[in-house]
Design a protein around this ligand. Structure first.
Ligand SMILES: [Zn+2]
Length: 246
């Protein structure tokens, strides 16, 4: 029996790359309506992992061989996926999917409605979606992927739990290299988030006001970049705070 125990110990959930989301899932803290935000590739990866986890009929481990885990996701009867073919997703296209939600899942514990590039839903389509988000059948889970959740109506967002598809930055704080950060030509929002987590971990270790100032500066930098502010300015401010702290 030992090998079975070993196998169980080594097997990981589909969500193991996203430890905090995995924990949320294990504890039953994930909502029935999820917005997965990130670049299309990253959002796809997390949405796929979530779908796999949700539809599994067995152990919920990525090595599971149950009927649902052995089935291609595109052929699975309980995963309805809307992939936009045009620039905007109209109400009619959404209706094709939503008309299925009143039938219980055929194989799995839940029925997954996965809408890709959800920011492309027209306002009318989003209003239509809202009704289903408000009173879904108990077995339905919505997954909306997007790289710009600001393109969604506030009423839709307020009914969803926002999940970021980035890998766990906090775990990456140990390997962060600030020197490299400052030589980066184009700073992205993700890199500033990573910087911010790193600055926070440094402050926690050192507990000095100058590291606290750096952490706060990185947080402001993030907000500044989010509001489409100049990245060069952000870099200068962070560099000053960094030089002062170390
Ligand atoms: Zn399974």
């Amino acid at each position: 029996m030992l090998w079975i125990l070993t196998a169980m110990k080594n097997s990981k959930s589909y969500l193991s790359l996203w430890p905090r989301i995995d924990q949320g899932w294990q504890r039953g803290h994930l909502s029935h309506a999820l917005i997965v935000e990130g670049t299309p590739a990253k959002a796809y990866n997390l949405a796929m992992a979530l779908s796999r986890q949700i539809i599994c009929e067995g152990s919920g481990n990525s090595s599971c061989l149950c009927r649902s885990c052995s089935c291609e996701i595109t052929r699975h009867p309980d995963v309805m996926r809307l992939q936009p073919e045009k620039e905007r997703i109209r109400r009619e296209a959404l209706h094709m999917i939503l008309q299925n939600i009143n039938r219980p899942p055929l194989w799995s514990p839940r029925l997954v409605i996965w809408i890709e590039d959800a920011h492309r839903l027209t306002d009318a389509a989003q209003s239509y979606l809202l009704k289903s988000l408000e009173e879904p059948p108990p077995y339905v889970v919505f997954i909306l992927t997007t790289d710009r959740s600001h393109g969604l109506l506030a009423t839709v967002k307020s009914r969803c739990q926002l999940l970021r598809s980035e890998p766990d930055f906090e775990d990456g704080a140990q390997s962060f290299d600030p020197q490299q950060f400052f030589t980066e030509k184009e700073l992205t929002r993700d890199e500033i988030i990573r910087f911010s987590y790193w600055a926070r971990s440094q402050y926690r270790q050192r507990q000095s006001p100058s590291w606290l100032a750096l952490w706060e500066a990185s947080y402001q930098a993030y907000q500044h970049v989010n509001a489409n502010g100049a990245v060069e300015l952000v870099k200068e401010i962070l560099r000053d705070a960094y030089e002062h702290a170390r």
